[in-house]
Write a protein that binds this ligand. Structure first.
Ligand SMILES: [Zn+2]
Length: 492
């Protein structure tokens, strides 16, 4: 029997703003769409958190026995720099700066994205469609919306008529806004664009002469508006009505709001039953931003080549750290927090390694069946990974007690425990078996820390020959020391 028959999943629906019992449209099958990356730069750590949150959702749904079709797009027709349909296409801009084809930009960063997700051991989606591969579908939807009277053409561009739509539908129902307030707060001056109202958004934009990425359409040579691709690709692969739509919190408005409006204007169908939004990541208590330097790329974490963390951290430890917070809470990334996570992770994996050599007894001093159900209860409660991890730490503590002869377990309970730990650690959380290399990396970093301390002592004793020797010989084997105001850090 499939696990989902007994395990009742509830999830927080951003649309109703409450936790709901999850019931798929077709029993046993789930359609899930997640907005993917725009491939004009290396994937952002905050985006990684979003994709890892939905990897956990995907993995748990599969674990429960559902057949999941998970669609995550690649935005390779760059959004304009400004969501208000103006500015330069971000992929085209990068292509101009780097003097390469826009599709080379998209390809380079798609590869980077895939490699990063692979390092994190995230499963690939079932379908990964691209925006540029679905121009015909997007044009088709625009034609339908025009025919239904919810859009208008002006000077070769087509805009969604938000005011007209709002007469019969509610624009703003996902984000909890209403159009009157949006109009009152709107700052766009009249006559600055072809739009009838500032709230209208582009479905098709006529390309300026210098715009490289362009396609023919009934209205002009141009390109689709940035909300449209997700409507086109989700409809094509999951149908007009599907189960779960996910994305980062920042996409709720306007992107997801516009997706709902487009679907309703196109086929008079609210497209999604459950909306899920993953929260953001901050760095040392501040919003991450390239412009302020308060930013770190996934690879910079893994290599230690950064000025923020004291040492390198593995993808598994980084992911384990992210899962120690619930996907809907803001998570702060810092060196201290990662170091604590790494210690905890190694301790837990060390305990699990003892599972195979544990001796069994006549009785179990821990209720293993109840413990296992509490792991499911955690995940059934809106994918509560921090509670699941707390349960795994409980199991690790118990295993160590059995090993020390302070607790006991029956042979059959031991089998249940082994299977459950394997399922939750590797299948659901998707952690990798790197405990040995991890232990080695901890030993390596402890050794380097020792050398850093000896070098500091040498410098304090004005023995610069020794301190330079330590630095240079470490550099010769690829370990670079960096002196900063908070002490010395290293990268590999
Ligand atoms: Zn999207």
């Amino acid at each position: 029997m499939k696990l989902f028959k007994n395990q009742k999943l509830t999830l927080y629906n951003s649309f109703s703003k409450k936790k709901e019992i999850f019931t798929p449209i077709h029993e046993g099958f789930i359609g899930m769409y997640v907005c993917g990356p725009t491939v004009y730069s290396n994937v952002h750590l905050g985006n990684c958190r979003t994709f890892l949150s939905f990897d956990l959702v995907f993995r748990y749904l599969k674990h429960l026995g559902y057949k999941v079709r998970y669609v995550r797009n690649i935005t390779d027709a760059g959004h304009l720099e400004n969501d208000a349909d103006s500015g330069e296409d971000r992929i085209a801009k990068k292509a101009r700066i780097e003097k390469i084809e826009p599709m080379e930009v998209a390809q380079n960063y798609t590869i980077d994205f895939h490699q990063t997700m692979e390092k994190f051991n995230a499963l690939p989606p079932s379908i990964e469609p691209t925006a540029t591969g679905h121009i015909i579908e997007q044009i088709g939807i625009i034609q339908e919306i025009l025919k239904n009277g919810f859009a208008y053409e002006k000077n070769g561009s087509v805009y969604f008529d938000v005011l007209k739509f709002n007469e019969t539908h509610h624009y703003g129902k996902l984000s909890g806004r209403n159009l009157e307030d949006m109009i009152a707060n709107s700052r766009e001056l009249e006559g600055q664009s072809d739009k009838k109202n500032p709230q209208d958004f582009a479905l098709w934009k006529k390309a300026e002469p210098q715009h490289i990425m362009r396609w023919p359409s009934p209205w002009s040579d141009g390109f689709p508006g940035w909300h449209l691709e997700c409507t086109a690709m989700s409809t094509k692969y999951l149908g007009e009505h599907f189960d779960i739509h996910g994305g980062g919190m920042d996409l709720k408005f306007p992107h997801h709001e516009c997706e709902i409006a487009q679907s309703e204007a196109f086929c008079n169908q609210n497209p999604v039953n459950y909306w899920m939004h993953a929260n953001m990541l901050t760095l040392n208590g501040q919003k991450m931003a390239k412009s302020t330097g308060n930013n770190i790329l996934p690879n910079e974490i893994f290599t230690g080549d950064n000025t923020i963390l004291s040492k390198p951290f593995s993808p598994t430890v980084t992911k384990f750290f992210m899962y120690q917070a619930h996907y809907r809470s803001i998570l702060d990334f810092s060196s201290d927090a990662l170091e604590a996570t790494e210690k905890g992770y190694n301790r837990m994996m060390e305990a699990f390694k003892n599972l195979n050599s544990l001796s069994t007894g006549k009785e179990s001093t821990m209720d293993i069946a109840a413990w296992k159900q509490s792991c499911y209860d955690a995940m059934n409660d809106d994918f509560n990974s921090p509670i699941l991890i707390a349960q795994l730490f409980e199991a690790a503590k118990f295993i160590n007690s059995v090993k020390d002869g302070k607790a006991s377990i029956t042979p059959s309970d031991l089998e249940v425990l082994k299977t459950a730990i394997h399922s939750f650690v590797f299948d659901v959380l998707g952690l990798q078996e790197e405990s040995i290399s991890n232990t080695n990396s901890t030993k390596l970093s402890d050794t380097i820390t020792l050398l850093i301390r000896l070098r500091k002592e040498a410098r304090e004793n004005k023995d610069f020959a020794t301190s330079d020797k330590i630095r240079d010989e470490l550099a010769a084997i690829g370990i670079h020391l960096k002196d900063g105001k908070d002490g010395t850090t290293f990268s590999l």
